[in-house]
Ligand binder design. Structure first.
Ligand code: SF4
Length: 293
């Protein structure tokens, strides 16, 4: 991967931007398993052609700096603990920020936006933590609990004072218990992801199915009942049928249906291999002619 420096930032920042592959050949990490298979394969295949700018990696650099500060081991604690398990032809790997063997607690440090906490958007952390717990379990280490310690980079003390729903401190802890049932569930998830990977690994780039709407961080498509001369919708629906019925009831002379496709936020700004993806090229990439106009 080529790291560019469009803002001419200091050399130290450029050197702190890693351009190494995240996954060695034949391995998939816990965090990679959370991505769509198309993203995993295209990133791997086109690694040498990919480009990223230092300015876009600034939070990753900051996150690495925080991790480096917290790399101190206690008596029963291990930090940056690498674990792996061979599973159905793939080596699943994970690097655990902190594992307290005595208490059976995994801790992972994150830098996050307050919106993650406000929306309780923890599914990716839950799965990541459970994959770590599964890896430890497969290597005969017991886990009782997973904790994610999030440093909220955009926290505002003044907003916290006036909004009880707002995270009250700039640090937030998301935690959950690890049970046998949850370990079975995550194994089923890993099995599904590994199977999807193996089924598509030999397909051509454009033949690999696009990532799912969930993996693309896509808002659902909405159906708006519109009235002529009015900018906002009379009513929004999640499905087409009731919206069509309402337009018929109100009369087609002044009312019409507007389909509002959901935006694929990951494809738009958070997928490094998007230029090699047929879905991005055909459905997401802004039309250059209309951009110029
Ligand atoms: S651009 Fe979107 S659909 Fe394509 S690989 Fe990236 S996340 Fe998946």
């Amino acid at each position: 991967m080529k790291i560019t420096n469009k803002m001419g930032l200091p050399d130290g920042l450029v050197r702190a931007s890693t351009s190494e592959r995240h996954n060695a050949s034949g391995t998939i990490s816990a965090t990679t398993l959370l991505h769509g298979v198309k993203q995993i394969l295209l990133t791997d295949r086109h690694w040498e052609e990919l480009e990223d700018d230092v300015s876009d990696r600034i939070w990753a650099i900051w996150g690495s700096a925080v991790h480096a500060l917290l790399e101190h081991e206690g008596e029963t604690e291990f930090t940056e603990l690498s674990m792996s398990h061979d599973f159905q032809g793939i080596k699943v790997t994970g690097k655990i920020d902190n594992y307290d063997m005595g208490a059976g607690v995994i801790s992972d440090y994150k830098t996050a936006s307050i919106w993650k906490v406000k929306f309780k958007d923890f599914d990716d952390w839950y799965k990541q933590g459970m994959i770590y717990a599964w890896l430890l379990d497969k290597n005969n280490f017991k886990v009782q609990k997973c904790r994610f310690i999030a440093i909220l980079k955009d926290h505002s003390k003044s907003k916290a004072r006036f909004d009880s729903e707002y995270p009250q401190e700039p640090v937030y802890v998301y935690e959950f218990d690890v049970t046998q049932e949850r370990l079975w569930e995550i194994e089923a998830f890993i099995e599904k992801r590994v199977k999807a990977y193996l089924e598509t690994v030999s397909l051509g780039d454009d033949d690999i199915p696009e990532c799912s709407p969930e993996e693309r961080w896509e808002d659902p498509t909405k159906y708006a009942v519109m009235k002529q001369g009015r900018k906002s919708a009379v009513k929004l629906f999640d499905t087409r049928e009731p919206a069509e019925e309402m337009v018929s009831e109100l009369g087609h002379d002044k009312h019409y249906l507007e389909q509002r496709p959901g935006e694929a936020k990951k494809c738009q700004g958070y997928c490094i291999c998007c230029e090699f993806c047929h879905f991005y090229q055909n459905h997401v990439k802004p039309d250059e002619a209309s951009e110029v106009a």
